[in-house]
Ligand binder design. Structure first.
Ligand SMILES: O=C(O)C(=O)C[C@]1(C(=O)O)C=C[C@@H](O)C=C1
Length: 115
């Protein structure tokens, strides 16, 4: 790692919200969901930027899609999901779709910048 090492943990601002367990109305529930979605968007946008970096760094277009790495990512997500209380029935399909879309983004970035 060099020059621009990111701080860890990532500090993401999440707007004020009522804790899920304390919600008494659907307005409070939806306010909380919308606040978390805005924070997730910030994290996913940074994740997407790593795809641009991968497209810049990978030695060939053929290695953009990497089945072994996909399974590694999904297993790590599922390992983190358990302790965090995230259902694997949500985590696994969400991440498989996310990775699929990230591969499409990475391929498009490759074609735009490397060909
Ligand atoms: O780890 C990589 O090689 C990536 O490019 C990231 C990523 C991902 O979205 O997690 C995307 C494409 C690969 O097929 C595997 C994983």
């Amino acid at each position: 790692m060099s020059a621009e090492v990111k701080d860890a943990p990532v500090a993401i601002a999440v707007d004020a919200r009522v804790a899920p367990e304390a919600c008494a109305s659907m307005a409070e529930v939806r306010h909380g969901v919308d606040a978390l979605d805005r924070a997730l968007v910030v994290l996913l946008a940074e994740r997407q930027r790593y795809m641009d970096a991968a497209a810049r760094i990978k030695p060939s277009r053929d290695v953009v899609h990497d089945d072994a790495r996909i399974e590694d990512v999904v297993q790590k997500v599922l390992a983190a999901a358990g302790p965090a209380g995230l259902s694997p029935a949500i985590a696994e399909p969400v991440w498989r779709t996310l990775i699929d879309r990230c591969i499409a983004h990475e391929l498009a970035a490759w074609d735009r910048t490397r060909t």
